[in-house]
Design a protein around this ligand. Structure first.
Ligand code: XIL
Length: 381
């Protein structure tokens, strides 16, 4: 960054005027060069925390990317390294926290807040759990998972996604809960068990229910919103501790379901009325139906970031924005891991994040920066 400044002064000194200044500006990523214009600082100025996913592997192998993370993000969340199946790849008790520890250590050294993701997720449960002989054994395993994980990072983790993706109205239960492994093993009480143990183990951590497909203006998203609000209401009545709702917000730039500012605002107001805060936890914008031309695609992706964030940040209960990656160099969609519907059919790499694969800021970066700069100030939470 300072190298860029030196170059710029030298060119201007030669007296070439505005043309030279424009050329100098294009030498490096100008938006990234301004210290006070980072997403981290722009968000913090409004009482918001901005963050991104990282992995232990990136910390070990991609210092340039990690440098960008340190400049731009005030929070880190392990994309996978804290998931149960990632910590436990063998038998019960045979846990390996080394990757999660690397991330926690990195966040501490870099002065970043840490999110905990996640305690229980039906999609990443060790295979031995399914073979446990009875309910008591399953209850013990769930309790051990939550207490050992939360205890290890006690006082360090800002917010825990204690249970990830607990609802699925399509499964047909009257309460809309997802008919998956933990519900089948323990009934709906598994939620109460997990959140209570998390609270007892680290009373200061914020406890979050993290969910997807609740952002848009479709009957399906509306049903999911209703079910989620019902769940939060039931948890409150039962005294099950919850502090915040995580809105994943995996969005699509073009050809996706419609978005309504009014609906999103009403939903967020309903959450706030329950006394809960809101965290945007996994924001990214895929471009699977956008034209190939990069300038067009990036513009459409940026517009989607802008529209969503302008609406979301209007609600003062929103305290955090996390993107599911920072650069297109490291994105689950670009890696083609899951969610095939979001991959481009022409085989071109997707461009879902604020920085490109060479770590240069994209129009999406500018859209986010402006959304943060325009956001009303809130009390941090
Ligand atoms: C994804 C990761 O990004 C992938 O690397 C992994 O293969 C699957 O999980 N909702 C969540 C995240 O809560 O944990 C998921 O992360 C993306 C969807």
């Amino acid at each position: 960054m300072s190298g860029n400044g030196v170059r710029r002064r030298a060119v201007l000194g030669s007296g070439l005027g505005a043309l030279a200044a424009a050329a100098a500006a294009s030498l490096g990523p100008p938006a990234e060069a301004a210290e006070d214009q980072t997403l981290r600082r722009l968000a913090a100025a409004k009482g918001l925390i901005y963050g991104t996913t990282i992995s232990a592997r990136q910390i070990a192998r991609d210092p340039a990317f990690i440098g960008l993370v340190e400049r731009q993000a005030g929070l880190a969340v392990p994309e996978n390294d804290m998931k149960w199946q990632d910590i436990n790849r063998g038998a019960p008790g045979d846990d390996d926290y080394s990757r999660a520890d690397t991330i926690a250590g990195f966040a501490g050294e870099s002065g970043m807040v840490l999110r905990g993701h996640n305690g229980l997720w039906y999609f990443r449960t060790p295979s031995w759990f399914f073979t446990l002989p009875n309910r008591a054994a399953k209850e013990r395993a769930v309790a051990d998972r939550i207490t050992s994980l939360v205890r290890r990072y006690r006082g360090i983790v800002h917010s825990w996604d204690v249970v990830n993706e607990p609802i699925e109205p399509k499964d047909g239960r009257p309460d809309g809960l997802r008919k998956a492994v933990f519900l089948e093993a323990l009934g709906p009480e598994y939620l109460d068990l997990a959140y209570r143990l998390a609270r007892e183990t680290d009373p200061k951590a914020r406890l979050v229910v993290n969910e997807y497909d609740v952002e848009l203006d479709t009957p399906e998203h509306e049903t999911r919103r209703v079910v989620l609000l019902d769940l939060l209401e039931r948890m409150r009545k039962a005294g099950t501790p919850v502090d915040a709702v995580g809105i994943q917000a995996h969005l699509t730039a073009v050809g996706g379901p419609p978005f309504s500012v009014e609906r999103l605002r009403r939903f967020f107001a309903d959450i706030a009325a329950l006394g809960l805060t809101i965290q945007i936890t996994e924001l990214d914008v895929t471009d699977e139906k956008a034209p190939a031309e990069i300038a067009v695609r990036d513009g459409l992706v940026a517009d989607t970031y802008r529209r969503f964030l302008d609406a979301a940040l209007d609600e003062p209960a929103v305290k955090m924005v996390v993107t599911w990656g920072l650069s297109d160099r490291h994105s689950w969609i670009v890696r083609h891991e899951t969610n095939e519907a979001k991959w481009r059919k022409d085989g071109l790499p997707s461009r879902p994040l604020p920085f490109d694969a060479d770590l240069n800021p994209k129009p999406a970066f500018k859209a986010m920066a402006e959304a943060f700069a325009n956001a009303p100030t809130r009390t941090p939470g």
